[in-house]
Design a protein. Sequence first.
Length: 213
Amino acid sequence: MKVLVVCAHPDDEILGPGATIAKHVQSGDTVNVLLLSRGGLSRDGTDLSLIQKVHQSTVKASKLLGYNVNWENFPDQEFDTVSILSIAKAIEREIDRTNPDIMYCHSNVDRNLDHRIAYDASMVATRISIKNIYCFEVPSSTEWGDRPFNANYFVDITDTFDLKLQAILLYTSEVWEPPHPRSNQYIEGLARVRGGQIGVEYAESFCQVRRLG
C-alpha cells in the first residue's frame, strides 16, 4: 500500500500522524511525506540557520520512522499570499509521482491558517484521484479552532507511540515545556485519551473525509 501525508510545515507530520506513519512503515507500506513549506520563517529573529536545523531534524525523523520526504517552498505562515491553485498543483504533482492509496492531510478546523489552506488545496487536488482520505489533528492548532475536530477514525498506536516521541524530540526548537500542547506530556495525554476512546493504551484520531475501500 502507498501512503501520502501532506503537511504545511516540518514537524506537522510527527505531531499529527507520526505514530500512524510508523505503523504503516512497519506493515510494509511505502509512506511519502510532502512538506509544503520549509517552516520557521514567521518567527521574530529567525535566520537561515534555524531553517537548516529544522531541515536536518526532518531528515533524521524520516530516517527514524522510515518515510520518504519531499519539500515545496511556499511561504511559512503566508499561504494566503499565494493561490490555492498553485498549492493544489504541487500536491497533484506529488500524487502523480507517488500514486497513493491513502492520503492524510490537515483539518479545516485548525487555528493555523496555513493548515486550513493546505486542507483546501488537498481537497482540490484529490477530487477523484484518491479513495481514502483522512484529516489529522495537530496539537496547538486543532484544539484552538472555532469548531470541534470530528474524530471518527482511530488507529491503535500502542506499539509505535515511543517512536513518535523520539521523532518529536528531534525537533528541538518545536518542543515546549508543559502545559504547552507541544510538550511531551500533553502529546502523551492526548494519545492516552484517544486510546481510551477505543479501548487501547495509545491512539491517534482522524476525521474521515473519504473511504472507498
